[in-house]
Design a binder for this molecule. Structure first.
Ligand code: DI6
Ligand code: FE
Length: 395
């Protein structure tokens, strides 16, 4: 199939957004075969059945590289409590927060977990998302962590979307247990079991005062390394705990949140080639005032991704378009950085080398927009200009 008369934000060619005006695109099966100006389509592709896109904008299919979209229940009551003055950390220490979602997730069947996740997944898909990361971390026992991951895998059977799973056993310490005991007796065995069942693509953790220290996370990362699994980490979200440098030391795919990261952390990420995943939905929801050091990331050449962090506590958000708008308005990321954050750099944060750009050889995951310029995707609030989504070459 040949797509013609398109404005291509390739995120790959030279210049802002890798923009090609009056562009064309040849698809061969689930791959992009050729991309370039419409007047130079090579002979071999010129005779393909053509579709005129009427000048519409085409971007790579969007990638949400950090979600907790599979979970039981919701925390609307805690939202009310925060409005009445309680802080996120206070609610967590009082047995609410992540622990309350753990209770609701343990009570949910695998079918329930899938059924409640799908409407949220559909909201992302409606905005052109073609690849999605989903974490465990609300089970905190061997059986429920695996059940969450099985439900996550089933999302990819139920919908035309690629799913990457992350094992997040080191998300919170279950009540009545020490963090060290939890890691030794539950988290590591749960990781080994989930991996043995083929459920784990990467290993994540929450390095935070209300969760695990860098030394405790290191033990989880050592197990991941022994299993040959890549790592990523929730780091410096609410305080500076040294998680970013730990992640860099382990060559992590990404370090995520990073509100309290400093210039030294930025240098460490740059050296390691670790992506900084920026999560403005959590910053917004928790009314944080410390913004991540975007300028330092930019100066050090750290690749920045943007994601929803879709979760029932700190970021009940199912819009990657809104995440882009927040990245720009709250953190002063440029619209080009925002779009790279949900395409090219989001792919890297998941270890993909075959997507996130419009280039020959890449997967034919595309989003077609009723827009003339890519900045329109970032600047509007609550408006979805998606015209069409192409997943693996299929509309
Ligand atoms: N950081 C977050 O923002 C989420 N998890 C994490 O480690 C919050 C999860 C929740 O509140 O349920
Ligand atoms: Fe998260």
């Amino acid at each position: 199939m040949l797509l013609t008369n398109a404005t291509l934000a390739t995120m790959d060619a030279p210049g802002p957004y890798g923009l090609i005006r009056d562009g064309a695109l040849a698809l061969d099966g689930d791959r992009i075969a050729w991309v370039g100006p419409g007047d130079s389509v090579p002979a071999g592709w010129r005779d393909l059945p053509a579709r005129d896109l009427g000048g519409r904008l085409v971007t790579p299919g969007l990638i949400d590289c950090h979600t907790h979209i599979v979970h039981g229940g919701n925390r609307a009551r805690e939202f009310e409590m925060r409005l009445e003055g309680a802080s996120y950390a206070e609610i967590a220490r009082a047995g609410g927060g992540i622990a309350s979602t753990v209770t609701q997730t343990r009570a949910a069947s695998e079918d329930d977990l899938l059924a409640t996740a799908l409407p949220r997944v559909d909201a992302l898909i409606a905005e052109g998302v073609t690849t999605l990361e989903i974490k465990s971390g609300y089970g905190l026992d061997i059986e429920t962590e695996a059940r969450m991951l099985r439900a996550a895998r089933r999302v990819a059977d139920a919908r035309t979307v690629t799913v990457r799973t992350s094992f997040l056993g080191a998300h919170a310490v279950p009540p009545g247990m020490s963090a060290d005991d939890y890691i030794d007796t539950i988290c590591l065995p749960a990781l080994d079991a989930a991996h043995a069942s083929g459920l784990v693509d990467a290993v994540d953790g929450f390095c935070e005062g209300i969760a695990f220290t860098a030394d405790q996370i290191a033990r989880v990362f050592d197990d991941a390394r022994a299993l040959g699994l890549p790592v990523k980490l929730h780091a410096e979200q609410l305080s500076h705990m040294g998680g970013t440098r730990l992640a860099a030391r382990y060559g992590a795919l990404s370090a995520d949140h990073l509100e309290y990261a400093d210039a030294g952390d930025a240098a460490a990420l740059a050296d390691a080639g670790t992506v900084a995943v920026i999560l403005p939905g959590a910053y917004y929801t928790l009314r944080e005032t410390q913004a991540p050091p975007i300028a330092a990331f930019r100066d050090h050449g750290v690749a920045m991704a943007l994601a929803t962090d879709c979760n029932p506590g700190s970021s009940p958000m199912t819009s990657l378009l809104l995440a882009m708008n927040m990245g720009a308005t709250l953190f002063r990321m440029t619209p080009e950085e925002c779009l790279a954050g949900v395409t090219r750099h989001a792919a890297r944060a998941l270890g993909f080398t075959d997507r996130g750009v419009i280039a020959a050889g890449a997967r034919a995951d595309l989003a077609v927009w009723d827009a003339e310029h890519p900045a329109e995707l970032v600047y509007r609030i609550g408006f979805n200009p998606l015209s069409q989504r192409i997943f693996g070459g299929r509309a």
